[in-house]
Design a protein around this ligand. Sequence first.
Ligand SMILES: Cc1cc2nc3c(=O)[nH]c(=O)nc-3n(C[C@H](O)[C@H](O)[C@H](O)COP(=O)(O)OP(=O)(O)OC[C@H]3O[C@@H](n4cnc5c(N)ncnc54)[C@H](O)[C@@H]3O)c2cc1C
Length: 384
Amino acid sequence: MTDSAAYQSAWATEDVQMFRRSVRQFVQRDFAPRQATWCAQHGPDADAWIDAGRAGALLPDIAEAYGGGGGTYAHQAVVLEEMAKAGVHFGCSVQAVVAQYLRAYGSEAQKKNWLPGLARGELVAAIAMTEPGAGSDLQAIRTTARQDGEHYVLKGSKTFITNGARANLVCVAAKTGANAAGMRDFSLIVVETAGLAGYRTGQPIEKLGMHGQDTCELFFDDARVPVANRLGPAEGAGFAQMMEQLPYERLSIGVQAVAAAERAVAITTQYVKDRTAFGKPLMDLQNTRFKLAECKTQTHVGRVFLDSCIERFVAGRLDEASTAMAKYWLTDSQFQVIDTCVQLHGGYGYMTEYPIARMWADSRVQRIYGGTNEIMKELIAWSL
Ligand SMILES: Cc1cc2nc3c(=O)[nH]c(=O)nc-3n(C[C@H](O)[C@H](O)[C@H](O)COP(=O)(O)OP(=O)(O)OC[C@H]3O[C@@H](n4cnc5c(N)ncnc54)[C@H](O)[C@@H]3O)c2cc1C
């Protein structure tokens, strides 16, 4: 997707473009009009997940045999772009991330058990790594999973969990090792939360933006989960699994960043053409034109880099440093572009009635979650 008529993303094949048309229609018709309500209630309606499943917007890159769309990451990128272009917050990105963990490490039984439900929107997923004392430093995780017969007994709490309130399938990073042996001490355990004793969620956390997406704390107070719900044949693989799958999440953040920046440039271009000052449209002011020219250039440079990342990812050739570059640079760029666009709107850019103001607040967190941009620079530096 791009606003430059001459440029076409190479990964946007005919099949992908057809998929885009149907997702766009669905998002514009079914989700965009409900966004204000979702923001007010701190999360989407329950039936939105079912609607998204029916529209094929959930798990488009998971094999059809498991209920997915049978496409590639390009299809998932389309869903993320169309949501971002419509200003819709919906945790389908997290749903896709959890599906990737299941695809990569789930047993056949686990995949059959959970992937079709996730694709239909009957199951809503969350990924729970972060804790009050463990964000960037995931090795500091203190939630424990102690084995007791055929069950793990989960104890601890997680915070800032997207989809947390609605989720009935939570992929939890917990310490299964008894010896505090660092990164080989963690496992990922899939928790089916419906009616689970010892599990509860906190109130929605009040955020600066992203109001339509639910974010909350999760509490595990001796919650018993079958050992069979652990991902991977043995304990201790959790940290390596997270490191392997985080690039998927980071690339997805980059996809949303570019789509949002493109939307900001389009919205602002229209605004400065419509609004007049000193008897002429704002667009006639050289500063306005130059600022927008800079924003458009920066966004397009980002688009071309992102497209190269998507192509390499689809081909299984995207390295960790490039993914970190995409996450860090594209989200920094998104924020810079949107901030400039707010300025070009004048006072109206500060009013939440205007999309650009909401986009400004929404864009700030992109530089923080999924691994902060400082951590991304560490990852890039390791490749030097
Ligand atoms: C809206 C939202 C949704 C989220 N959703 C989820 C979710 O679904 N699941 C989940 O598990 N988590 C989620 N998170 C958590 C998110 O991933 C963390 O907030 C993020 O990883 C940073 O951790 P922290 O907040 O503990 O900050 P800290 O780790 O305390 O970092 C504070 C500051 O120190 C810097 N810093 C830390 N270590 C280093 C270092 N080694 N070098 C340089 N600088 C460093 C950071 O870059 C940052 O600027 C979400 C967060 C938000 C805000």
